[in-house]
Design a protein around this ligand. Structure first.
Ligand SMILES: Nc1nc2c(ncn2[C@@H]2O[C@H](COP(=O)(O)OP(=O)(O)OP(=O)(O)O)[C@@H](O)[C@H]2O)c(=O)[nH]1
Length: 335
């Protein structure tokens, strides 16, 4: 990465990933969202038009027929070729005003996708990273089979581990409605860093929260998270996947930050499923930090100060790394 300390400009269109295991309700959620006014300025990249049942809402079809404009104002774009190609195509068509302006992109991944691979595409292709930034990961979890899938498949565990927002689906199929609260609590202990919402109860405010950039709220609920309250324990998902929180008491210098990034890339890049957090830098400003494997997005300067006594905190979601190993690199930030 050429610029580890630059800030992201508003020209970087926020990209949200909608992930979740096979059959967990991604498409059903999307087909509800695309009707909603809160979703009107969104371009959605889906695998096939047929899946989300667009027939009744179609108001315009671009000449290339791979993008449709819905009467809700939402654009749907069927994935054509690679994800890079779809993103570039949306970018240039918006620039040439061939399609209406959109404020954000939502990508629906396949149920067996490793979310890290898709996130890498956004951050790893220089042409894409110049124009887009990962703003959040939304993971659907099926109330009936979700926990079994998370226990049985690494992909499902990784999808849960990297989530900023979890949508619990199929709660209507639970025999005991109280079981939804138990599941919510259970998921909360497995990913204490994500907000959990019940899919069927999603209202306008809930939808807006789904699409609030993760970096602008990365620390907000931190003090309330159980994982944050007991950072020494870290959090174990499965398959050696853990989420560990590190607090920093002092501002970080830019050279120390660059050293830490290099050390993480060199020593732990392969094991780093995701890093997120907020650091207070030596210039006094707070920056959101995001990384997936070897790719560290340029720190994003936050417009508002972060409340509370902490100077910053990092959540490192890794595979087969001990807290001690991570502590060695975090020490670089402490100078
Ligand atoms: N009862 C009920 N059924 C649901 C709900 N959400 C999804 N389903 C059903 O679950 C099945 C799978 O839902 P999809 O939305 O296709 O799931 P998906 O995650 O997109 O599936 P893949 O694309 O195969 O990964 C469909 O039959 C849906 O109708 C829900 O909240 N309640």
């Amino acid at each position: 990465m050429s610029d580890q300390t630059g800030s992201i400009s508003p020209q970087h269109t926020p990209v949200f990933l909608l992930t979740g295991f096979l059959g967990s309700g991604k498409t059903s959620l999307l087909s509800r969202l695309i009707h909603r006014p809160e979703f009107s300025d969104t371009a959605v990249i889906i695998n096939e038009f047929g899946e989300v049942g667009l027939d009744h809402m179609l108001v315009d079809r671009s000449s290339d027929a791979d993008i449709v404009l819905l009467d809700s104002g939402c654009l749907c774009c069927a994935m054509s070729g690679s994800l890079q190609h779809s993103l570039e195509s949306l970018y240039y068509r918006r620039l040439r005003k061939e399609i209406p302006h959109f404020e954000r992109i939502v990508i629906e991944t396949s149920g067996l996708a490793d979310p890290g691979a898709v996130i890498n595409t956004i951050g790893g292709d220089p042409a894409i990273a110049r124009r887009f930034r990962l703003a959040g990961v939304i993971t659907t979890v099926d109330a009936i089979h979700g926990l079994d899938a998370i226990g049985a498949y690494r992909e499902a565990a990784a999808q849960l581990a990297v989530a900023d927002q979890i949508v619990l689906t199929k709660t209507d199929l639970l025999e005991d409605p109280a079981a939804a609260m138990d599941l919510r609590r259970e998921l909360g202990t497995r990913n204490p860093h994500a907000e959990i919402q019940i899919g069927q109860a999603l209202d306008a405010a809930g939808i807006r929260r789904l699409f609030t950039s993760a970096e602008t709220r990365a620390l907000e609920p931190a003090s309330a998270h159980s994982g944050m309250r007991n950072p020494a324990l870290g959090h174990i998902f499965k398959y050696g996947i853990t989420a560990q929180t590190f607090h920093l008491r002092n501002p970080v210098s830019w050279p120390a930050y660059a050293d830490w990034v290099h050390a993480m890339q060199r020593r732990h890049g392969a094991s780093l499923l995701r890093a997120k957090g907020i650091l207070r830098m030596e210039d006094g400003d707070f920056y959101a930090i995001h990384a997936v494997h070897h790719l560290f997005s340029p720190p994003l300067k936050l417009r508002r100060a972060v409340e509370g006594p902490q100077q910053g905190a990092l959540v490192l979601i890794t595979e087969n790394l001990s807290r001690e190993e991570l502590e060695e690199t975090v020490a670089l930030l402490r100078g």
